[in-house]
Design a protein around this ligand. Structure first.
Ligand code: ADP
Length: 236
C-alpha cells in the first residue's frame, strides 16, 4: 500500500502521541426500553449498544437445554460514514457481529439461562475507526447495566503500526493506511484475552509489545467503564 505520512514530528494526524487514546466518553442507561444500554465515544467513533433479555428463545428448536445463547448484531447507520453506507446487513457487519459475540461470550454466565437468549445490538452512529472494539466496550457496559451476571466486564481497544511506530486506538485514517492493526479485547481482572485479530504484518517482538500496549489501554478503559456504572447508581 502507498505510504501515507501519518506521523509528523512524533505526533499523529489528530495530534496524539503514539500511546495516547482519543477522548473517551461513556454513559449507561441511554435507551429506556432496553434492559440495559450504553453510549460510548472514542473520538469521533460513536456507538450505542442495547441489551434485551434474557428471554425465552423462539422458535423453540433453537433453544439449548444446557445454556443460554448470546446473539449480537452490529450495524452501521447509513449516516455513520462520510459516504452514505447502504443500509442493511453486509458481509462485514455479519463478520463483526460474530467477532463481538466471541469477544463477549467468555464473560457471561450463559449457563445460568438454559433455553434463553440475550440479544445485543451494537449500533454505529458515527464511524471513525475501531468501531468493533468501541462496540465491545459499549456492549459489555450494556450487559452489566441489564444485570446479566458477568465474570468480568470486557474492555477492548485497537493497536497497530503506522509509519513504523506502534500506536494505540487507531482512527479511521490510521486504520485505512496502517501497516498493521490489531483488535484486542480482554477480561481485565482475570487477565484473559477474549479477542485478538490482526491485519497486516508484524514481527514477533512487535506483537508482544502491541499486546502489552493494548493491555495497558484496556486497564484504563476498564476503570472508565466501572466509573460509568458507578455514576448510574450514584444517589440511588
Ligand atoms: P473497525 O471499525 O473495527 O476498525 P474496519 O477495520 O473494518 O473495522 O473499519 C475501519 C474503519 O473504516 C471504520 O471504523 C470506518 O471508519 C471505516 N469504514 C468501514 N466501513 C465503511 C463503509 N462502508 N463506508 C465508509 N467507511 C467505512
Amino acid at each position: 500500500m502507498k505510504e501515507v505520512e501519518l506521523i509528523k514530528n512524533g505526533k499523529r494526524v489528530d495530534g496524539r502521541l503514539p500511546e495516547q487514546m482519543r477522548e473517551i466518553e461513556m454513559l449507561v442507561d441511554v435507551v429506556t426500553r432496553a434492559n440495559g444500554s450504553a453510549k460510548v465515544r472514542f473520538g469521533n467513533t460513536l456507538i450505542v449498544a442495547s441489551v434485551y433479555g434474557p428471554k425465552e428463545l423462539y422458535p423453540k428448536y433453537l433453544q439449548e437445554p444446557e445454556t443460554g445463547i448470546l446473539r449480537c448484531r452490529y450495524a452501521m447507520a447509513p449516516f455513520s460514514t462520510e459516504e452514505r453506507k447502504t443500509p442493511g446487513p453486509d458481509r462485514r457487519s455479519i463478520e463483526l457481529s460474530k467477532v463481538i459475540r466471541i469477544a463477549l461470550e467468555p464473560a457471561i454466565f450463559l449457563e445460568d439461562f438454559p433455553r434463553a437468549v440475550v440479544d445485543v445490538f451494537v449500533e454505529v452512529l458515527q464511524a471513525d475507526g475501531s468501531t468493533r472494539v468501541t462496540g465491545i466496550n459499549a456492549a459489555s457496559l450494556a450487559l452489566a447495566c441489564a444485570g446479566i451476571p458477568l465474570r468480568d466486564l470486557v474492555s477492548a481497544c485497537s493497536v497497530g503500526k503506522i509509519n513504523d511506530t506502534l500506536v494505540v486506538d487507531l482512527n479511521g485514517k490510521e486504520d485505512n493506511f496502517s501497516q498493521a492493526d490489531m483488535s484486542f479485547a480482554m477480561l481485565p481482572s482475570k487477565d484473559e484475552i477474549s479477542l485478538l485479530q490482526m491485519d497486516g504484518l508484524l514481527t514477533k517482538d512487535e506483537i508482544k509489545r502491541l499486546i502489552e500496549i493494548a493491555k495497558n489501554a484496556c486497564k484504563k478503559i476498564y476503570e472508565m467503564q466501572k466509573q460509568a456504572l458507578r455514576e448510574k447508581y450514584k444517589g440511588e
